[in-house]
Every structure is written in structure tokens, then in C-alpha cells.
Design a protein around this ligand. Structure first.
Ligand code: NAD
Length: 481
């Protein structure tokens, strides 16, 4: 990998006003590269460039089909370069190479989907009687700021950028400081498809510096943020200061309710994907399983077997889909997760397997299963953001729902049963933006995603997300005669 990457502002590759930041390969603990670090002045130039593009009409005045083609061409470019992007992603983030390929393909898919949607943003006419003609149109907000987390840096940027461009907004992306390298592919793609300079700006900077400057910039018209609750609160406060909307996709402590009639053979797959994919650094991870007491010991045995079957090591060596897991993103995140496991044990939990840092260079934590957990323990309420599954048990349906709803979060939930009535009842009662029945992570780019409670507000994915990026204009005409 080259030893230095620049930011992309107003169509130029530039150094950062705040110097450079070191990027570490979490799979080895070694220095990987350096990246330009933006300051508030860089942010200001990027926002003003985006504002200029917006005011020029270069994006917003296009016939939507032209935006369809442009957005889809960005996706095609990512797809064509997926091998190279995936390699860089694994080196900066730690996930297995095959997971990185899935992430880049997922990113390309967002541009395919929202490219298609560009032509569907239609208004309606509203009858006001014979003397009037009234209709609505949808206009882009203007400058859309995207503030991105490190866990899925490519897919999270794609999710927001694709919809923002499809609806005609100019964008400023603040890439995550731990994993900034792959975000430059969005700048390369913008250049490749011929977007005007300033339409897409990509800069890496520290959250409290460049991130805060972007969130509070008076010319930003919309903020889309994915990250932690604490930062989400700061972003919402900044947005309120400028009276602009924001979308907050925050954390979760999502639970699967497993009934006594559930198919545990099939559920093994949900454990494998639900908590060990991306080493558990997934906002919608299945971090809690609430199982009927009659199946608890069987389920724990199966979860332990899955955790122990995973080969854990540097993602770059894990090229093929299989029973393997990479590193976490950093030693700091790994130590935080390991500390939460120790604290859980101090509160009375039992480690069924894992729980320790691995004795090798890199940010590795053993795939972990915890039992003996009650809903009032910290581990049952707070997000670990690592490969740590907490197993709780219930006696009846009412108790299962109460436990599922006993955190401040509400991102997703799941119910596993052969009884459709029971599943539908749970789906209604679980307080979360998405409920999976009999398959964790069922759904796709097409299905709206976002939180209840402290998991945030607004929706990304699906057609719902389009409405984040446009504002309604009503045109009321008094007819003559
Ligand atoms: P984070 O909140 O620390 O950082 C996210 C981004 O915000 C980074 O780009 C960071 O630089 C920036 N930032 C930090 N402080 C800022 C400030 N004061 N003003 C503006 N920007 C600031 O989160 P993280 O540690 O990178 O990501 C992990 C968290 O993200 C977890 O809680 C996880 O659940 C959540 N997450 C949610 C989703 C979702 O879709 N709901 C997806 C991925 C991650």
C-alpha cells in the first residue's frame, strides 16, 4: 500500500490542515499507511464547493434518468475494482478478505438500487376545487453531510451517498479516522463517472475537529450520521443549532427470542452470522439470545461449538468464505470488549467459551459466549460491539418480550418459532425498527432500517431513505376566470 493518501476537496487531491494520521493494520498491529487529516478550514472549503455545485443545478436540474445512470456507474466502478478495494478494506479494518468482498459488493448494490429509485421520486396533485391547481414536488436539500463509522466504512458511505446523489444532493463525506483509506474510492468513482468538481468531497478528520466542524457548518442542509449514541447526541445538537434535519443510525443491543419449538439446527447459522460476522462489530448484531429455559443448555452447547469452530487470525489470510473471523478494528476496541466480559463475570456471568485477548499480535478477541446473565446486568444492556454473545433465558412469552425490550436501544430484534401467530405477536411487541422472523439479517438494501429509542431516528435503506434527502414543495395555482 502507498504510504500516504490525501483528501479530496472540490475535485482536488489535497493535504490536510491538521496534518496526517497514522493508520494501523489491526490484523498485525503494524503501521499500514498515513492519511491526510482535515481541519475546520478544509471542511469549510468542501462544504462551500458542494454548495456551489448545488446552486449551479449541475445535479438537481438533471433529468432523473441521468442521475440513475450516473449513480449506477459509480456502483459499477466499485464493482470493477472490488478486489483492490476489498484488500485495502481488510488491511485497514481487520475483517476477513471474503467479508470485505461482500461489503464492496453490498456497496455497489446500493448504487444499483438508488440509481433505480432516482426516477421514482414523483409528486402528487391535490384537488382544491375548480379554481385551483395544486401539486407537490420534491427537491434535494442541497449539501448533504455524511459522517461515517469504521465498522463498515465502504458500505455505510455507499448507503448514504447513493441515495443523496440519486435525489440530486451534493455531498461531503467525513470518513472514519481509523479506516479512512477505502473511502477515497468514492472520490475516484465520482471522477471516473464525470461528476463536477465539488459534487462529492471525501475527507478524513478527527471527530471532535473536522466532524464537529462539518456537523455545525451553516451551509450544510442535512446530516446523516452513523455511529455511537454519544456522538449522535452531539450531532443532533449541532443540527438543531442550524435548524437542519439529521438522520441518526446509532447502536443497538438487539435480541433474538428463541422459542421451545425453534429449529436450532437452522439457528446455528444465525449465531454464526448474527454475532461473529465482522467480529461482532455490527450495530444490528444479535448480541443477546433470549431462549426458552427448556432449550437453554442445548442452545448454549451449539453456540459454544460454533464459537470454538472459528479460526481467528489476520483477515488478509482468510480469503474464502468459511468458519473464520478476523481481528477487531483496534486494540482499544478489543480491550474495551474484553473489559466488558471481565466486568460481566464480576457481576455474576459465566464464560461458556472465549472472553480472552488472543496471545498474538493484532486486535484479536476470542469468539465468546456468556451465560448466567440476568436482564439487569450491564452486559445485558450495553453494546459490546465485539464477538460476544450473551445468552439469557425466559419462562413464558410475556417475559421474553419484557427482556427483549429492557434496553434503551431498539434497532432490530428477532423471533424464532414455527408458530406464525406467536411470531407475529412478538413482531408487534418488540420495540425495534426491524424484526427478523426465523432468519437474522433477513432483508436487504430494499428494506428500511433504523432505530427506535436510543438507536436513533430516520431510516436508511429502502424507499423510506429517499425522503431523508428531499424536501417537499407544494405549488398552489389560482386559475384564471
Ligand atoms: P463514533 O460515534 O465514535 O464515530 C462515528 C463517526 O463520527 C466518526 O467518523 C467520527 O470521527 C465522528 N465523530 C466523532 N465525534 C464527533 C463529533 N463530536 N462531531 C461530529 N462527528 C464526530 O462511532 P464509531 O465508534 O466509529 O462506531 C461505532 C458505533 O456506531 C457503534 O455504537 C455502532 O453501533 C454504531 N453503528 C451504527 C450503525 C447503524 O446503522 N445504526 C452502523 C454502524 C455503526
Amino acid at each position: 500500500m502507498q504510504d500516504y493518501f490525501q483528501n479530496y476537496i472540490d475535485g482536488q487531491w489535497v493535504d490536510g490542515g491538521a496534518g496526517r494520521i497514522d493508520v494501523t493494520n489491526p490484523g498485525t498491529g503494524e503501521h499500514l499507511t498515513t492519511h491526510a487529516l482535515a481541519d475546520a478550514a478544509d471542511v469549510d472549503r468542501a462544504v462551500l464547493a458542494a454548495e456551489r455545485v448545488h446552486r449551479s443545478g449541475a445535479l438537481s436540474d438533471l433529468r432523473p434518468v441521468e442521475r440513475t445512470r450516473m449513480v449506477q456507474a459509480i456502483g459499477a466502478y466499485l464493482f470493477e475494482n472490488k478486489a483492490e478495494i476489498a484488500q485495502e478494506l481488510t488491511l485497514e479494518q481487520g475483517k476477513p478478505l471474503w467479508e470485505s468482498v461482500i461489503e464492496v459488493e453490498g456497496a455497489a448494490r446500493y448504487f444499483e438500487y438508488y440509481g433505480n429509485q432516482a426516477e421514482t421520486v414523483e409528486g402528487r396533485s391535490i384537488p382544491l376545487g375548480a379554481g385551483y391547481y395544486d401539486f407537490t414536488t420534491y427537491e434535494p436539500f442541497g449539501v448533504s453531510a455524511q459522517i461515517i463509522p469504521w465498522n463498515y466504512p465502504v458500505e455505510m458511505t455507499a448507503r448514504s451517498l447513493s441515495a443523496a446523489l440519486a435525489t440530486g444532493n451534493a455531498c461531503v463525506i467525513k470518513s472514519p479516522e481509523m479506516t479512512p483509506v477505502t473511502n477515497r474510492w468514492f472520490a475516484l468513482a465520482a471522477e471516473h463517472v464525470g461528476l463536477p468538481a465539488g459534487a462529492v468531497n471525501v475527507l478524513c478528520g478527527l471527530g471532535q475537529d473536522a466532524g464537529a466542524a462539518l456537523a455545525s457548518h451553516p451551509s450544510v442542509n442535512l446530516i446523516v450520521f452513523t455511529g455511537s449514541v454519544r456522538t449522535g447526541q452531539a450531532i443532533a445538537t449541532a443540527a438543531a443549532g442550524n435548524v437542519v434535519p439529521c438522520v441518526l443510525e446509532l447502536g443497538g443491543k438487539s435480541a433474538a427470542i428463541v422459542h421451545e419449538d425453534a429449529d436450532l439446527d437452522a439457528f446455528e447459522n444465525d449465531i454464526r452470522w448474527g454475532i461473529y460476522f465482522n467480529a461482532g462489530q455490527v450495530c444490528s448484531a444479535m448480541s443477546r439470545v433470549i431462549v426458552h429455559e427448556s432449550r437453554q443448555s442445548e442452545l448454549v452447547d451449539r453456540a459454544v461449538a460454533i464459537a470454538e469452530s472459528l479460526s481467528v487470525g489476520p483477515g488478509i489470510e482468510r480469503t474464502e468464505f468459511g468458519a473464520n473471523m478476523g481481528s477487531m478494528v483496534s486494540d482499544g476496541q478489543r480491550d474495551r470488549a474484553a473489559g466488558m466480559v471481565s466486568d460481566a463475570v464480576a457481576e455474576g456471568a459465566t464464560v461458556a467459551t472465549g472472553g480472552r485477548k488472543m496471545n498474538q499480535p493484532g486486535a484479536f478477541l476470542e469468539p465468546t459466549v456468556l451465560t448466567g446473565i440476568s436482564p439487569d446486568m450491564t452486559i445485558a444492556k450495553e453494546e459490546v460491539f465485539g464477538p460476544v454473545l450473551s445468552v439469557l433465558s425466559f419462562k413464558d412469552d410475556k417475559e421474553a418480550i419484557e427482556i427483549a425490550n429492557s434496553t434503551e436501544y431498539g434497532l432490530v430484534g428477532g423471533v424464532f418459532t414455527k408458530d406464525i401467530d406467536r411470531a407475529m405477536q412478538a413482531a408487534r411487541q418488540i420495540r425495534a425498527g426491524q424484526v427478523f422472523v426465523n432468519e437474522w439479517y433477513a432483508g436487504g438494501v430494499e428494506t428500511p432500517f433504523g432505530g427506535y429509542g436510543k438507536s436513533g431516528y430516520g431510516r436508511e435503506k429502502g424507499r423510506e431513505a429517499l425522503w431523508n434527502y428531499v424536501q417537499t414543495k407544494n405549488i398552489a395555482i389560482k386559475l384564471g376566470g
